[in-house]
Ligand binder design. Structure first.
Ligand code: HEM
Length: 155
C-alpha cells in the first residue's frame, strides 16, 4: 500500500457544514497564545543550547554525565531554576503547539475534546512530576541502605 507523505490542508479552508464550529472565541487568548510561541521559542533557544553546551561540551563533556553530575547540578539553585524554566517553557510551548495542530486538523467536536483532554492531562503529569523531581531530588536520602547510595554520599 502506498503511503502518502502529503500533509493535508488544515480544516480552516475546507470545513464541511456539519463540522462548522459555533460561538466566537472570547477575549485575546489566541493572540497571547500566538505571541507566547514566539517569545518562549526565543527563550528556549538560550535555555536549550546553554543546557547542551554545559552538559556535553564543558570540561569532560558528555563523559562526565552520571548520577553524581545530575545530583551536583541540582544542588545549585541556579541550575534548578534553569531546568525548571526549560521544563515549563518546553512543555507549555509543545502543548500549545499540539493544541493548535489538534484544532487545525481534528474535525469533530468530540475528537478535538478527547485529544485535547489527553494532551492536557499528559502535560500536567509531566510538569508536576518534573517540578517535584527538580525540587525534592536528594542524591543521599537519609536512612537509605548504604549499598544503594553513590560513593560520594559517605564522604
Ligand atoms: C529551540 C527552541 C524552539 C523554538 C525557537 C521554537 C519556535 C517555534 C515557533 C515560532 C512556533 C510557531 C510556529 C507557527 O505558529 O507557525 C513553534 C511551534 C511549535 N513548537 Fe516550537 N520552538 C522551539 C522548541 C520546541 C520544543 C522543545 C518543542 C516540544 C516540546 C516544540 C514544539 C512545538 C510544536 C508542537 C509547535 C506547533 C507546530 C505547528 O503549529 O505546526 N518546540 N515553535
Amino acid at each position: 500500500m502506498a503511503v502518502s507523505t502529503e500533509i493535508q490542508a488544515p480544516r480552516s479552508g475546507r470545513i464541511a457544514p456539519e463540522y462548522k464550529r459555533h460561538g466566537r472565541s472570547k477575549g485575546n487568548f489566541e493572540m497571547f497564545a500566538w505571541l507566547f510561541m514566539r517569545l518562549s521559542g526565543v527563550v528556549l533557544v538560550v535555555l536549550i543550547f546553554g543546557h547542551l553546551f554545559v552538559n556535553l561540551m564543558v570540561g569532560e563533556g558528555v563523559h562526565a554525565i552520571d548520577f553524581g553530575f545530575v545530583g551536583g547540578k541540582w544542588a545549585d539553585p541556579f541550575w534548578q531554576v534553569w531546568d525548571l524554566a526549560m521544563l515549563w517553557l518546553a512543555m507549555l510551548h509543545g502543548t500549545n503547539g499540539v493544541r493548535t495542530i489538534i484544532n487545525d486538523y481534528a474535525e469533530k467536536d468530540g475528537t478535538r475534546m478527547t485529544l485535547k483532554t489527553v494532551l492536557y492531562l499528559a502535560s500536567a503529569v509531566v510538569i508536576v512530576l518534573g517540578t517535584l523531581v527538580i525540587f525534592t531530588f536528594d542524591p543521599c536520602p537519609a536512612g537509605a541502605a548504604a549499598d544503594l547510595l553513590p560513593s560520594f554520599c559517605r564522604a
